[in-house]
Design a protein around this ligand. Structure first.
Ligand SMILES: [Zn+2]
Length: 147
C-alpha cells in the first residue's frame, strides 16, 4: 500500500491545528488504513473518512495533529473534500472552543454527518457554478489570517 500525503493547518481557533490528508490508490487501501488506525470499519460505499483524536472529557487534546482525512483517487471532488474537512473542523472547534459541559457539544462533534453533508453539498454546488461562470480560483492560502 502506498499513499500520497500532505498536511494543512489553521490557527482560526487560536491554536495551531493540523490535519493530515492521505490519498490512496483504491478504496480497499483506504479501508485497511482506517481499520488499522483505530478499528473503524468503513461502509462499502465509502468515498472518504476522517478520523481524529477528538476531545477527551476534561482534557482538550493538545496534540499537533487533530485529524486524519483519508480519500482515494476516483472519489475526490469538492463535495467529498468539504464533507471530510467539515468533520475535521468540527472536531477542532469542539476541542478548542466548546466547553465539554455545553449543550452545543451535541452538535460540535467530529461525527456530525448532517452538517458535513450540508456543507459538502453547498460547497459542491457553489464551486460548480463558480467554475461554470469562470469565476473559480484555485485555493488561496492566507498566511497570518486573524485567529
Ligand atoms: Zn461523513
Amino acid at each position: 500500500m502506498s499513499a500520497e500525503r500532505f498536511t494543512i493547518s489553521s490557527r482560526a481557533t487560536g491554536i495551531r491545528r493540523t490535519v493530515v490528508v492521505f490519498i490512496y490508490d483504491t478504496v480497499e487501501e483506504l479501508k485497511a488504513a482506517a481499520f488499522t488506525f483505530n478499528g473503524f470499519v468503513c461502509d462499502d460505499n465509502a468515498a472518504a473518512v476522517t478520523q481524529g483524536w477528538g476531545y477527551h472529557h476534561g482534557r482538550p487534546e493538545l496534540l499537533p495533529v487533530s485529524a486524519v482525512v483519508r480519500m482515494h483517487h476516483g472519489m475526490i471532488d469538492a463535495e467529498v473534500v468539504a464533507h471530510e474537512l467539515a468533520h475535521a473542523a468540527m472536531g477542532i472547534y469542539m476541542a478548542d472552543r466548546v466547553c465539554w459541559h455545553s449543550r452545543a457539544r451535541a452538535h460540535f462533534s467530529l461525527a456530525n454527518e448532517p452538517f458535513a453533508y450540508l456543507l459538502g453539498q453547498l460547497v459542491s454546488m457553489a464551486t460548480y457554478h463558480l467554475h461554470r461562470l469562470g469565476a473559480w480560483t484555485p485555493a488561496t492560502i492566507r498566511e497570518g489570517a486573524p485567529a
